[in-house]
Structure formats: structure tokens, C-alpha cells
Design a protein around this ligand. Structure first.
Ligand code: AMP
Ligand code: ZN
Length: 503
């Protein structure tokens, strides 16, 4: 049953700087676009935070009953070192340094990104388009912007004319920058510069013969500017006006500001109606970033193999740690807060397990007040989540529910006065919010499964050892081969022992 009407969502809209009631363009349907990664290096935990924040939005919208089309792109061309219009393409640079094809770099880090998303139980989007897969659409988009008078060509490159655009529209609205000041303060360009104004940004860049990634265009061989792909792919899959556009706070300017201008410049519509920005994961107050040397990878986090880590932490502990703060606040990484999160996560998992073993409700005289009181924390958790996806508050409400579950588990008589309808509703959504909205699952059960497997494998290896000892090589080989067929490799060690690995 749909909960859309019961728990109306409000979103802090970065465009209007106000919390607004969320009304999708089409009833009960949502189109959402999130800027994806530039796949030239391993993702770090900061990137994970941003994608997790919008995973919650995706999951919660679906949980309430919306049909969601979620588009999250892969940037595989056009993002230059330095994030502006000069310098080498990040992917081409990596390809040159590692002597790989650019598409090998793209594949390697796209695979890595997907593995990390799976590790943290971040769901796949509905569409994951790539910039290189939409070169034709990007060229068409540029042609329309030029036709509308908001872009110009110089020497094989095409630039967006910010000054011209700002005469008709408001450039800087999203990021809150005073563009009039910026335009009057910027240095005058010398005749050698290709841009008319330093604020102008590239829609298309001319490529020299040696440039690794280039395509033919009406302006000669080149490649698209970084901001363009998101305008093009969001409008292609979601329309010229759509519901939600999201990304990390650091993308507000120039990336998202440029996107809005491109959309207006091409289609006379600004694209998204609600803009959401996730705040940064910091380490000792500084943004986690590769360039800062404070960005550890998820693998390092699990193993504890990094100077910032006292020990390893599980993926679900990290997920819980991130959800303990609201997406719009900065989140500072520390070993203490991860250890606190680990305790909280385990407590919630205990309550989740108990919630499956509760006594029958409503066996005695039903009490309206008590039933209402039992429901209250879940009702509150929905209100928290509908209030700009406040996972921090929702987790506090879930802990209130966990206490109630604990009490009933200890004293089953207390379930007797609760209306079974309210009881079942509360337990169903307690489990649903934890598993489906927050995306938390019980790792201890998986660990338990691994322990059982390990015990069984030790037994099998012992049997094989005995077979070898009694010179029954046919049996020992058969055990080895059968296990291999099932994806388990047994290795004979020099000291006569055995070990195993799972493919
Ligand atoms: P990139 O691959 O650099 O384009 O980044 C992918 C996403 O991660 C973008 O939405 C960034 O805003 C986001 N991001 C980068 N660093 C951090 C950080 N320290 N905390 C949160 N999000 C980040
Ligand atoms: Zn983008």
C-alpha cells in the first residue's frame, strides 16, 4: 500500500534555499539524476558518502510507493585535471601513465566503483549512461545552444557565453555567487585567449592529433566539456524538466551552475526542479580527497590498513556511521565515532532479530492508547525520513522502537493489549525501514555462515589428508576436483598441510 499521501516529503531545495513540499511532475513518479564518478581512480570513502546519501533518497521514495527512474552517469571523458577547461583529461592521463587504452582505464575503475557500491549495499540506478556513449547527443545540444545565441566557436572549440546568458537569465543562482561582481572583476582577456570572458566554459574542446580521446564534430575533431554530459543525459532520459538533481556540495559551482545554464540555453527550461547537495566527509575538518592524501579506499577501511585507522571496520558499520548524520551536514571521520557506530549497528541488529520472534499481540483486552504508543516511534521514523531524509533522527526513532521490542520480548504479557493491526504495521515497517530504506543487513549472520563453511572445509581437508595417507589417490583427487568444480580451490602446502580459497 502506498504511503505517499500519509508521509508527504519535504526537501531542502538548494536552488531556492528553502525546504519545500515535494510534488513530482507526474503523480507518483519521480525522475532523479545524480552525478556519478569520474572513473580514473579508485573511489574513496568521501565519494561513497555522496552516493549513499542519494541511495537513501532512491530507496525511501520507492518504499513510500513512488515509481522512480534513477539516472546516475559515468564520466568517462571531458573531466580535465584541475576541474576547469585547461589541462589533460583525467582518464587520458591515467591511460598514458599506465600505458593502457583509455577505455581499459574506464572499465577497470567502473568495475571497481560497482564493487564498492555493492559492498556498501548501494543500489544500482535504473540507467547508468556514459559520456562517451552520448557524443552525438552532446554535439546536437551544442548546436542548439549556438543557434540560440548562448555559445560561440573559436578555433575548433565551443564556449558557453556566460555574459550573454546572464543578460537574459540568472547565472549564479544555485551557488549564490554574485556573477555581476565576478564579471566586472575578471581580468580582460588578451587577444590570444579563446574565451571572450574567463567565466565562459567549454562545451567542446578542439583536440590535437595526439589527443587520445576525440570525435569528429562540425567544429573539427575534439571532445565534450565536462559539464555538458549531465545536461544532455538528464534531459534525454528524464525530460527537459524533471524532478530531482543531486550531487556532492563541491559540484554546485561550476558544474551544476553550468548545467542549469546549458539546459536553459538549449531548451529554455532549467532541468531539475529540486536540487539536492550532499555535504562532505571530512578528516580532521578537511575534505576527504585523493589529492589531500587523506582519502582511504573501502578496502583499506575493511582491513584497517591505513595510518588513519586504528583497526578495520565492516561495511555495515560504515553505512550505519554515515546514516547517523544528516546528508546536508559535514561528517567528520574518526575511529571513535566508527566504534560508537559499530555498537549502535549491533544493537539495532539484535532488535531486528528479536522482532522476528515476538509473541502474539492482542490476546487480551485491547488498549487504544497502548497500541498508539507502540506505533509512535515508527510513525515518527517516517516523519523524520519525509523531513528531508533525516536518517539521523529516524535512527533515533528506530532505537525507541528497539526498546519497546525488547520490553515485549522480555515480558510477552505486554503484547496482549496491543491491537494486532498496529503491532504488525509497526514490526513490518521497523524491519522494512532498517532493511529496505536504510539498507542495513545483519553481517553477523554472514559471518556465522562463513564459520560453518570453514568448519566443513577443515573436515573435508582432513578426509583428503587421510585418503592420501592411505595412498587412496583416486579419492583424494576426486575430492580436489569436485571442490574445484564448485569454485573451491584446495592447495597442498609444503609442510603436508592444506589450505583453501574460494573463487
Ligand atoms: P568525482 O569522481 O570526483 O567526480 O566525485 C564523485 C562524487 O563524490 C561527487 O558527487 C563528489 O561531490 C563526491 N565527493 C568527492 N569528495 C567527497 C567527500 N570528501 N565527501 C563527500 N562526497 C565527496
Ligand atoms: Zn554532473
Amino acid at each position: 500500500m502506498s504511503l505517499i499521501k500519509e508521509y508527504p516529503i519535504s526537501i531542502f531545495n538548494s536552488l531556492t534555499k528553502e525546504k519545500e513540499v515535494f510534488e513530482p511532475l507526474i503523480k507518483d513518479k519521480v525522475g532523479m539524476y545524480v552525478c556519478g564518478p569520474t572513473v580514473y581512480s579508485d573511489v574513496h570513502l568521501g565519494n561513497v558518502r555522496t552516493f549513499m546519501s542519494f541511495d537513501i533518497v532512491f530507496r525511501y521514495l520507492k518504499y513510500l510507493g513512488y515509481a522512480v527512474r534513477y539516472v546516475r552517469n559515468i564520466t568517462d571523458v571531458g573531466h580535465l585535471v584541475g576541474d576547469a577547461d585547461e589541462g589533460e583529461d583525467k582518464i587520458a592521463k591515467k591511460a598514458r601513465l599506465e600505458e593502457l587504452e583509455p577505455m581499459e582505464v574506464v572499465q577497470k575503475y567502473t568495475n571497481g566503483f560497482h564493487a564498492v557500491m555493492r559492498m556498501f549495499n548501494i543500489q544500482e540506478p535504473s540507467i547508468e549512461p556514459t559520456a562517451t556513449g552520448h557524443i552525438i547527443e552532446q554535439i546536437e545540444f551544442i548546436k542548439t545552444i549556438i543557434g540560440n545565441g548562448y555559445a560561440y566557436e573559436t578555433d575548433g572549440s565551443v564556449y558557453f557565453d556566460v555574459r550573454k546568458y546572464h543578460q537574459d537569465h540568472e547565472y549564479g543562482k544555485l551557488s549564490g555567487r554574485n556573477i555581476d561582481d565576478m564579471l566586472s572583476n575578471t581580468r580582460t582577456l588578451s587577444g590570444q585567449d579563446q574565451k571572450r570572458d574567463p567565466l565562459d566554459f567549454a562545451l567542446w574542446k578542439r583536440a590535437d592529433a595526439g589527443h587520445l580521446m576525440q570525435w569528429p564534430s562540425p567544429w573539427g575533431n575534439g571532445f565534450p566539456g565536462w559539464h555538458l554530459e549531465c545536461s544532455v543525459m538528464s534531459t534525454k532520459y528524464l525530460g527537459t524538466t524533471f524532478d530531482i538533481h543531486a550531487g556532492g556540495m563541491d559540484l554546485k559551482f561550476p558544474h551544476h551552475e553550468a548545467e542549469i545554464a546549458q539546459n536553459q540555453g538549449c531548451c529554455s527550461k532549467g532541468g531539475a526542479r529540486y536540487w539536492m547537495h550532499a555535504n562532505m566527509l571530512t578528516v580532521e575538518g578537511r575534505k576527504m580527497a585523493k589529492s589531500e592524501g587523506n582519502g582511504f579506499t573501502p578496502e583499506q577501511l575493511l582491513t584497517g590498513n591505513h595510518k588513519l585507522l586504528e583497526r578495520g571496520y565492516s561495511a555495515m558499520t560504515v553505512r550505519f556511521f554515515m546514516l547517523m548524520s544528516h546528508y546536508a551536514s559535514t561528517l567528520d571521520f574518526s575511529n571513535e565515532s566508527l566504534q560508537a557506530a559499530e555498537k549502535g549497528y549491533k544493537r539495532l541488529m539484535v532488535a531486528l532479530k528479536l522482532s522476528e520472534k515476538l509473541p502474539e499481540p492482542g490476546t487480551g483486552k485491547m488498549d487504544k492508547e497502548q497500541s498508539k504508543d507502540f506505533k509512535a516511534p515508527i510513525d515518527k521514523a517516517f516523519t523524520d525520513l519525509s523531513n528531508d531524509f533525516n536518517t539521523a533522527k529516524a535512527i533515533a526513532s528506530l532505537f525507541d522502537m528497539a526498546s519497546k521490542i525488547n520490553i515485549i520480548y522480555q515480558d510477552p504479557k505486554k503484547a496482549a493489549s496491543i491491537d494486532p493491526k498496529d503491532f504488525d504495521w509497526s514490526i513490518m515497517h521497523f524491519q522494512g525501514i532498517i532493511k529496505d530504506v536504510l539498507g542495513l543487513h545483519d553481517e553477523t549472520q554472514e559471518e556465522g555462515g562463513m564459520q560453518v563453511l570453514d568448519g566443513v572445509m577443515k573436515m573435508v581437508m582432513e578426509l583428503r589428508k587421510q585418503a592420501k595417507f592411505s595412498k587412496d589417490y583416486a579419492l583424494s583427487d576426486q575430492i580436489r576436483d569436485d571442490l574445484k568444480a564448485k569454485g573451491v580451490q584446495i592447495k597442498d602446502e609444503k609442510d603436508g598441510g592444506m589450505s583453501y580459497t574460494i573463487d
